[in-house]
Design a protein around this ligand. Sequence first.
Ligand SMILES: Nc1ncnc2c1ncn2[C@@H]1O[C@H](COP(=O)(O)OP(=O)(O)O)[C@@H](O)[C@H]1O
Ligand SMILES: [Mg+2]
Length: 202
Amino acid sequence: MSIKSTNITAVAHRVPQEERWRAAGHRGGVLWFTGLSGSGKSTLAFELEHRLFAKRYNVYVLDGDNVRHGLNSDLGFSPKDRAENIRRIGEVAALFAEAGVIVLSAFISPYQRDRDMARKAAGAQFHEIYLSADVSACEQRDPKGLYKKAREGKIPDFTGISAPYEAPAAAELVVDTANESIEACVEKLMAYVDEKFGFTQG
Ligand SMILES: Nc1ncnc2c1ncn2[C@@H]1O[C@H](COP(=O)(O)OP(=O)(O)O)[C@@H](O)[C@H]1O
Ligand SMILES: [Mg+2]
């Protein structure tokens, strides 16, 4: 990416981050879900959002529709555009996190390089969450019929079939969505958020 913005100075907030967090009762941060299509990113992100909101967490899901239709509507699915898609999402997630929100991002994000860029944007409050479900498990579910189409050659560069998926080497949390129930996965994630973001926990 070429950097065209020069002569930019850092903004100086007059609300210290600690105070923002204290007022909210929790830290802001990013739970960056990654996994194959059908691994459960959207299912778990929206269920988690619902449950965390009920516990008064400020939480927001970034998923395909609320990003691709607006901010990234100029991007397609070429490798270059996919990288730019993730780069922008990473930057937006970092801003939300700074504002005190727990962001649940639910994108395949198949390349470690791109996830690392998102991590760099969000800094210490970035948590890579690997939803480990292999191609055969996801293909059996095929909730959107995409694997079927991909097998028929109707979707080029489909992750797991005709495009690579790089599993995280060092995710903060691995959730085995192929073998555990949705409820068990959500419980695990809830406990993780309480532990890592709850403000009373040091
Ligand atoms: N443990 C689990 N976690 C998440 N989804 C699960 C789990 N077990 C079964 N599923 C099913 O798998 C599918 C996951 O689809 P979806 O959430 O759209 O995946 P993605 O957003 O990763 O493409 C859903 O039909 C969901 O009901
Ligand atoms: Mg999804």
